[in-house]
Design a protein around this ligand. Structure first.
Ligand code: FES
Length: 190
């Protein structure tokens, strides 16, 4: 579930939004995997593609565009996009750090990890570093309670976090982030 600490009002900017012809063709193929009466189920994969292809986050314009492609009401897209923490409603950094804050991770020190990350990165939870490299978020259970405390950075999992290995992880990501373009792997989703 999404864990926004602030409740912002997102507004439509009426910016032109469109998938490329190639992407529309690919989406057409994906839609065919779903029975006609279950077409709205394609919403989740479509939102993943939209987020990766159309700027890294789901603006109101992007969500409205996705709604128009599936011929559903925009509110149906907003409901899904705001429920799942993997969808971002505003620009995020190259690396989105999501620290689990649910019971087992909390007992094992996730608050301390978040405090430390805020200090290292110089931002508060929910913010992005000025260089656009990191966004820090907290989320509910990431499904690895036995190795708490846990965090996820984009699609990579980090378990049994400690004050020491956090410094190493962020250092490595900084080096990597400044030297290597981020790989997008939406094709792996299907
Ligand atoms: S409580 Fe953190 S992974 Fe489950």
């Amino acid at each position: 579930m999404n864990n926004r600490i602030d409740h912002k009002l997102y507004s439509k900017e009426d910016k032109p939004v469109k998938f490329s012809e190639d992407m529309l063709k690919r989406i057409g193929e994906i839609i065919l995997h779903y029975p006609r009466e279950r077409r709205r189920s394609v919403l989740l994969p479509l939102l993943h593609i939209a987020q990766q292809e159309l700027g890294g986050y789901l603006s109101v314009d992007v969500m409205d565009y996705v709604a128009s492609l599936l011929d559903i009401h925009p509110i149906e897209v907003y409901e899904v996009a705001t429920f799942y923490s993997m969808f971002h409603l505003e620009p995020v950094g190259k690396y989105v750090i999501e620290v689990c804050r649910t019971g087992p991770c909390s007992i094992c020190g996730s608050e301390r990890i978040v405090d430390q990350l805020e200090k290292i990165l110089g931002i508060k939870t929910g913010e992005t570093t000025p260089d656009g490299l990191f966004t820090l978020k907290t989320v509910e259970c990431l499904g690895s309670c036995g190795t708490a405390p846990v965090m996820q950075v984009n699609t990579v999992f980090y378990e049994s976090l400690t004050s020491e290995n956090i410094i190493q992880i962020i250092g490595d990501l900084k080096n990597q982030g400044n030297n290597k373009p981020l790989e997008t792997k939406w094709v792996d989703l299907f």
